[in-house]
Design a protein around this ligand. Structure first.
Ligand SMILES: *Cc1c(COP(=O)(O)O)cnc(C)c1O
Length: 221
């Protein structure tokens, strides 16, 4: 079951953008499911909870590239810095500072994405567009983090056209940021697209799609 749906999603991704990364979002699913996809060659996996991520890292193969995609609290930064290849959910200078500090302590550089909240949803994570450049300028001076792109979670009730529009908006924003040539900031990765909208996302310049239920099945929580 999982293998079939994985192969289907993977071939769709490859068809639309052969250079995109399919990030298999394995939150709530057991390590055995992850291992099944690992054996097929899948290496990028995404989790949204620090504790679950740390537990899985310990028991699964060391060459998995783990991505933290969920909201990160400052006091949990120490558990994941050095263990993940990319943190998708940085949306404040305080969090960036905490990641930088821990990275200095461990003598490494941590790759991050800035999560943007372009629809200005009050309850949701992500920085508003008007605060983005201030955050980027501040990140620019931090020695041990590297901003590699943007991440977006669109509003849940958006239709096809609204999704296409907001994805285009992230892409245009990334071009605008690139054009400013800020030290230490590049826009190599655009992380948007989930089970319901990853095709639209890929058609609108996403190069990391985060797909969970479409591969692993509906989450029961
Ligand atoms: C759970 C989650 C996903 C995957 O969602 P699906 O709809 O199951 O594909 C993607 N991104 C984030 C940030 C998530 O928390």
């Amino acid at each position: 079951m999982i293998i079939n749906s994985y192969n289907k999603v993977m071939s769709t991704v490859k068809e639309i953008n052969p250079n995109a990364t399919l990030l298999a979002v394995s939150k709530t699913y057991p390590a055995s499911d992850i291992k099944m996809l690992y054996d097929l060659g899948q290496r990028d996996f995404g989790e949204n909870r620090v504790q679950e991520l740390v537990t899985k890292i310990e028991i699964l193969p060391k060459d998995i590239r783990w991505h933290l995609i969920g909201h990160l609290q400052k006091n949990k930064v120490k558990y994941i810095v050095g263990k993940v290849c990319l943190i998708h959910s940085v949306d404040s200078i305080d969090l960036a500072l905490a990641i930088n500090k821990e990275s200095i302590k461990k003598n490494i550089t941590t790759n991050i994405l800035i999560q943007v909240n372009l629809a200005k949803e009050i309850q949701k994570s992500g920085i508003f567009e008007e605060d983005l450049y201030t955050l980027l300028e501040e990140c620019s001076s931090l020695t041990n983090i590297k901003v590699q792109g943007l991440m977006l979670i669109p509003p849940i009730d958006y239709n096809y056209n609204q999704l296409a529009d907001i994805f285009d908006k992230v892409y245009k924003l990334s071009l605008d940021i690139e054009s400013k040539r800020i030290d230490n900031i590049n826009m190599q990765f655009l992380s948007y697209g989930m089970s319901n909208d990853y095709k639209i996302a890929l058609e609108h310049k996403s190069n990391i799609v985060r797909v969970g239920s479409c591969i692993f099945g509906k989450r029961v929580l």
